[in-house]
Design a binder for this molecule. Sequence first.
Ligand code: GLY
Length: 558
Amino acid sequence: MLSVAVTGCGMPAAAPSWHHQARHHMVAADHPDASRAGLAILRRGGNAVDAAVATSFALAVVRPESCGLGGGGFMVIHRPGTDPVALDYREQAPAASNINLYRDENGEFVPERIRRGALAVGIPGTVRGLCYAHKKYGSGKLTLAEVVGPAFHLTGNGTIPIDEHLRLALCGLYADKVGGHAVPETEQAFVRQIGSYAHINEHYYRITNLKRTLYAIALEGEDYFYEGPIADDIVATLKQFGGVMTHADLANYEVREFTPLKFDAFGYQCLAMPPPSSGGAVIGEAFNLLSALGVQPGQSIDKHLLAETLKAAFADRAHFLGDRSPAVLHDVQRMLDAERATELARRINRDRASTTSTWGNIAISDDGGTSHLSVIDRNGMAVACTESVNLEFGSRMRVAGWGFVLNNTLDDFALDATTPNAFGLRQSERNLLRPGARPLSSMSPLIVLKDGKVRLVAGASGGPRIISSTVQTALNVLVVGQSVRAAVAAPRLHHQWLPEKLYVQPFQDVELLNELRRKGHTLQTRRDIGHVQAIERLPDGTLRAACDPLKGGRPAGD
Ligand code: GLY
């Protein structure tokens, strides 16, 4: 019992800044305490997977708005000298899911039902995923309790300090509540629960009961969550508000293990996440397309061509991708095909922005939230891991007694492939809600190798902007030759094909913005375009990390 608490003590310091250089090992997460948790485990002899698991459990404490035990995720693992693996522990639609649950008495879809409340919740995968990763790919030197230790330590007195990102997320919660929307009963309870405390002390967020949850998982293992008392309370909570998740859904939930998506780009070998992530395929297609457009290492990236590339690749995402199926996997290979990239490149005008109809007529969804972490250990093992509860605070439901937020990831499914949506567009049939399926994701954990050794580990949070921010960070490092610090700090742009807007972060060069307008792009400024957490490894072994300053993370490494 005592070991859980004791192992968390004496946590190392995170870097004093959002960037850091180290010699042996490094963790870059989007909260300083989470990076520290991973480093504590690396110092105890854990490998990159042990550290990633510890970091993720810590994020479950300090980033309740982004990820946690009620969510899911993806993990790509590079193992020097042996095969890489990709773990899919994304949330899954319960067996009794049915699109008719989301219709009103007139047969019309009620989108709020899949966005908030009990019917928005997918079977959570994070606990199973982390336990699986630790058991199968951890060093074997540290018990689960030892790896959970730093997170347990962070639960302290049952509160966490509210940092800027959490503050903004809480403000969003209250803004929604007073914004005239029809707020479901579950959400009102959630806001009341959090609000009652925040009003007493606006500097601390109460993580009620999370300590006992971590304690139980650390000592009893994942079955306590999937088949024990926590499962009982998840099912009861959801049932009370019209949910359909059962004990069997939780007990039968499995981690899926795949070979990562592999592609070469600009002289590097990339390991990325296959479906149900769209990230790997879109990143690979974007790199191919830019190569076909003549982009080469040592050059700066033409932002008009980058925007056109993102449009084309996001359109393919919407048309081709969904949960794994032979058809989807076939089309992923098409997206990665160099000849097809050449053909798409011919349709891109170097002087004029294309219209959206150039690339088809399928709609895509938008969202935010999520958390990414990157790790490299002293043996060159690397982990890129992205996790989410989907929108900030997920379904806005907590399981009474256990303190974690339940995801609203079923909102990443499309409900309807026949009726045109608000843009007059149809949605892809491949991502329709089906019992037992996992929804298409933008989460894009990426590991880049040079001659078999890790060169870059990167990924981001921020809905579809995850993909464009990861693409630009990787291009800045691998093609432009920037340090990871400059690459993460550089202002980004984002185009997701629909809507017909090119989003740009502030502080872009005015001449560049004028040129983009001249070429026909409709620009819109946006403060955040993904929050990237990245580590690069230089040829002499030096590690350099950067945590996106807009989310407040700090790397930790020695
Ligand atoms: N829920 C965010 C994503 O998976 O794309």
